[in-house]
Design a protein around this ligand. Sequence first.
Ligand SMILES: CC(C)(COP(=O)(O)OP(=O)(O)OC[C@H]1O[C@@H](n2cnc3c(N)ncnc32)[C@H](O)[C@@H]1OP(=O)(O)O)[C@@H](O)C(=O)NCCC(=O)NCCS
Length: 178
Amino acid sequence: MAADAISIRRPTMADVAAIVTHVGDPAVFGGLLQMPYPTEAAWRQRLEDTMKLGATDLMLVAERDGELVGLAGLHGAGTSPRRAHARTLGLWVVPHAHRQGVGSALMQALVDVADRWIGALRLELTVNADNAAAIALYRRFGFELEGTHRGYTLRDGVLVDCHAMARWNPQPPTRPGA
Ligand SMILES: CC(C)(COP(=O)(O)OP(=O)(O)OC[C@H]1O[C@@H](n2cnc3c(N)ncnc32)[C@H](O)[C@@H]1OP(=O)(O)O)[C@@H](O)C(=O)NCCC(=O)NCCS
């Protein structure tokens, strides 16, 4: 499927049912830090929070042929003003749409906003050390491995290692005339 058939947009409340169905799939939430049995109420609340004026978090979805096929989020890196230069991100794509450019389309949209509209200097994330697909995608977008947390996440009864990865803004904003 051609990448140009994918559109990226903000989610709406009409997407909540599809989001909950997909994010409740162990093939999806197993790679994330999400809990099993997601609820529509919690996701409605989450989307409402990102829609507020001045919200730090940005949520985007990918749609193809009228179907929601992925979701990505850009978030603040904690509450300390001293981490204002950093953002974290996460994403998932529905399993039947893997390896068709959806994750790349979502990542491109997120890094464009982070680099060019927020002026974030540093993007960071954690990823399960055995998640070869996500690690390859992140490397493609300039993320580098910074270290490994041992037994960082409990996944289906097993403590798994996670890599810390980060990417610096390749063209950070400069003051006029500099
Ligand atoms: C990681 C994930 C988002 C990738 O999404 P995707 O839509 O399949 O990614 P794309 O099709 O845009 O692939 C882009 C590149 O990533 C790499 N990649 C993707 N899937 C891969 C795989 N299974 N094995 C190796 N590399 C892979 C490749 O470099 C690929 O480019 P190519 O197809 O031209 O070789 C998807 O596998 C997913 O949702 N997994 C479950 C949730 C998850 O783990 N999220 C990340 C949490 S940190």
